[in-house]
Design a binder for this molecule. Structure first.
Ligand SMILES: NC(=O)C1=CN([C@@H]2O[C@H](COP(=O)(O)OP(=O)(O)OC[C@H]3O[C@@H](n4cnc5c(N)ncnc54)[C@H](O)[C@@H]3O)[C@@H](O)[C@H]2O)C=CC1
Ligand SMILES: O=C([O-])CC(=O)C(=O)O
Length: 264
């Protein structure tokens, strides 16, 4: 059995850890939160270590560490995880919009012989996006629709509350600006841009009152291929920003890594 540890005990981390038995071929060694009580509550059910520091989390020598905590956590721990000889699963893919961090992580992975796996998260189709990258992306757009309450408090809104009675365009622009303005909402766009090797993707974020799902629409033209990917995904009642399928995508990724047959 391969050994995994998890950074992040929030809405998605809880779904991931609670269903960890579904990741065939893997055992969970530990979970890490900022507060001990938070980590202990989840670890007690999972029968694993509760950690508040990376050193504690790595004490059981996991093969792989999943970040499911936030862009800040990914940037704070990613390189140290690779240096410790573990593979790294990135869920807060918004971190990839920081070209310097991505380059440092790539260099560290190459030097240590470890791998970085970007979880498909709330979307998917990374196989097609990688294919499009190889063929050469000519045109690509990305649009997410979310409820205004899931965007509330985002730095990009600068304190403005979005209308609760009509659809509004909350953001339109490049991926770096999107991630700066909506770091907890638009990881999916950064993952798309990175997978498709298409830095100029136009990102749109629409606020739609009454919406009970998050939707993501990717449109890519590359050579002879035109692909459209469309996702509707229910969000976590504990966190309306995040689609619950994100946590399941990590379980599917882990299972895939240990499976004799791999679906790219
Ligand atoms: N790639 C994708 O498609 C998606 C990515 N996400 C991202 O996944 C992450 C988790 O989402 P949720 O569970 O919904 O968020 P959440 O806010 O419910 O939970 C995040 C947890 O991580 C903890 N945390 C933050 N920094 C930490 C650190 N340095 N060390 C330890 N714990 C830390 C927080 O205290 C919180 O308990 C977020 O960054 C979110 O933006 C969410 C949905 C889709
Ligand atoms: O969960 C989703 O639908 C997308 C999301 O929050 C993100 O990419 O940050």
């Amino acid at each position: 059995m391969k050994r995994a540890a998890v950074i992040g005990c929030g809405a998605l981390g809880t779904i991931l850890v609670t269903n960890f038995a579904r990741a065939e071929g893997w055992t969970l060694t530990g979970v890490m939160a900022r507060t001990k009580a938070h980590a202990e509550a989840l670890a007690a059910n999972a029968g694993c270590r509760a950690a508040t520091t990376l050193e504690e989390l790595l004490a059981d020598k996991p093969d792989l560490v999943v970040e499911i905590a936030g862009i800040g956590a990914a940037k704070a721990y990613g390189e140290a995880v690779l240096e410790a000889g573990c593979d790294f699963v990135l869920v807060s893919a918004g971190a990839l919009a920081d070209a310097d961090w991505k380059a440092r992580m790539t260099e560290t992975a190459l030097r240590t012989g470890r791998r970085i796996h970007v979880a498909s998260g709330a979307i998917g189709g990374f196989d097609v996006l990688r294919t499009a990258a190889l063929m050469g992306v000519e045109e690509a757009t990305f649009e997410s629709t979310k409820s205004p309450k899931s965007l509330s408090g985002a730095p990009g809104l600068m304190g403005v509350e979005l209308p609760a009675d009509r659809e509004t365009l909350a953001f339109e622009g490049g991926v770096e600006e999107a991630v700066r303005g909506f770091p907890k909402n638009i990881n999916v766009a950064a993952a798309t841009v990175s997978a498709a090797d298409a830095p100029n993707v136009r990102v749109r974020l629409v606020a739609s009152p009454g919406l009970t799902v998050n939707t993501h629409h990717i449109d890519v033209k590359a050579g002879e291929m035109h692909c459209e990917l469309f996702f509707h995904s229910a969000y976590d009642p504990k966190n309306p920003r995040s689609s619950t399928s994100t946590a399941w995508s990590v379980l599917a990724l882990l299972k895939n890594l240990e499976s004799p047959i791999s679906y790219f």
